[in-house]
Design a protein around this ligand. Structure first.
Ligand code: ZN
Length: 362
């Protein structure tokens, strides 16, 4: 029987993605691609392409987001938060959160199994056991207004982070602030045009138009992207590569309401010239979805980081300055813990991409 067009496309797509998956694994394991491919059965490869690439949200939620997004834009930040909270509650009515453990992720386990079989020790990250990247999504004006204070606190603990901005919402990005952040070693990333929670589900030309406008509005070079409310689609990822974005961090690992890619390492997104650096966890999971107090949230966060550190992976922690404003105990104690722990390399997201490229060149 002849293959249908969609079957053929899927086949081609898998073929294109395969080499990138093998390369990504080889870089993390510190061995050549040929040795990696010997460890992968066709079944495993199919499963890898499936878990590492995206799966769109269910139809109802997708459409809800698409139509609610523009409406939310007209609301005040406070009112908007109220509505997005309701959306989250619909998905999680009992407010309990069972996180996916990173060490149970398929990709992470595969790496551990290959290491064990070939007797490899985990590669270090500039001499450190694991990597921690802190990102800040600047969703609204309360978040924007608190950036300076975040920088004051960070300076005390020697922390650099990646700040992701939306360009057409309720705050104006000042060039002076961007210069202040980059002079302090921080990175600037893009978080969308406005905080459109259905961005990924719009027509590709619309996504491209909006994101092109957005990227031009930021007065410095931008290499990274995180999608508002983590909405993702193939069209969105294609647009990212077309407008010069080099990495995305919208796929995630631990939060049970979204698909987990099960990978706590940067990888080349199958079939595209784009690095994916999966998000590990974010503050609203602790404080909004699970309603934890600051001490419980810190304990949970540190246990997730410990789990990833045990296999030498990368933890991407996303915080919202407007949330941290009221969680100062949590924030200060988290940074203090990082400052006093020598096992971690703390860096920006793009530094990590550069690190992977250096591995490639070797
Ligand atoms: Zn956001």
């Amino acid at each position: 029987m002849e293959k249908s067009i969609s079957q053929f496309d899927a086949y081609e797509y898998r073929g294109a993605g395969l080499q990138q998956i093998i390369r990504s694994l080889a870089l993390v394991l510190g061995i050549d691609e040929e040795t990696v491919s010997k460890e992968l059965s066709p079944d495993k490869i199919s499963l890898l392409v499936e878990t590492l690439s995206l799966e769109e949200s269910p139809f109802i939620e997708k459409n809800l987001r698409k139509y609610l997004g523009p409406m939310l834009r007209t609301f005040s930040a406070q009112k908007r938060l109220f509505f997005t909270n309701i959306l989250k509650r619909l998905r999680n009515p009992r407010r309990t959160v069972g996180l996916n453990k990173p060490s149970n992720g398929f990709y992470n386990q595969l790496i551990c199994n290959i290491r064990k079989k070939l007797n490899l020790t985990p590669s270090l990250w500039s001499g450190k056991k694991s990597v921690i990247c802190i990102t800040y999504d600047i969703d609204n004006s309360p978040a924007y207004e608190y950036i300076k204070e975040i920088m004051n606190i960070n300076e005390r603990y020697g922390i650099v982070g990646t700040f992701n901005f939306v360009t057409h919402y309720d705050y104006k990005i000042e060039k002076r602030l961007i210069q202040f952040l980059t002079a302090g070693g921080c990175e600037i990333g893009l978080h969308g045009y406005f905080h459109d929670i259905g961005l990924a589900y719009r027509k590709k030309n619309k996504i491209k138009e909006r994101l092109s406008w957005a990227i031009n509005k930021i007065p410095c070079e931008v290499k990274g992207f995180r999608s508002p409310a983590l909405s993702v689609s193939r069209a969105l990822f294609e647009v990212l590569t077309e407008i010069g974005i080099e990495y995305d961090s919208s796929l995630q690992v631990t939060i049970p309401f979204y698909k987990s890619v099960g990978a706590s390492f940067p990888y080349l997104y199958p079939g595209l010239h784009l690095w994916e650096i999966p998000l590990t966890i974010q503050d609203d999971t602790f404080f909004r979805d699970a309603n934890l107090n600051e001490r419980e949230a810190l304990e949970l966060l540190l246990s997730v980081i410990e789990d990833i550190t045990n296999f030498g992976g990368v933890s991407v922690i996303n915080l919202h300055p407007n949330i941290m404003k009221d969680k100062r105990w949590f924030y200060n104690n988290f940074l203090n813990y990082l400052k006093n722990n020598s096992r971690y390399r703390l860096c920006t997201m793009y530094d990590l991409v550069k690190n992977m490229r250096e591995r490639m060149a070797k």
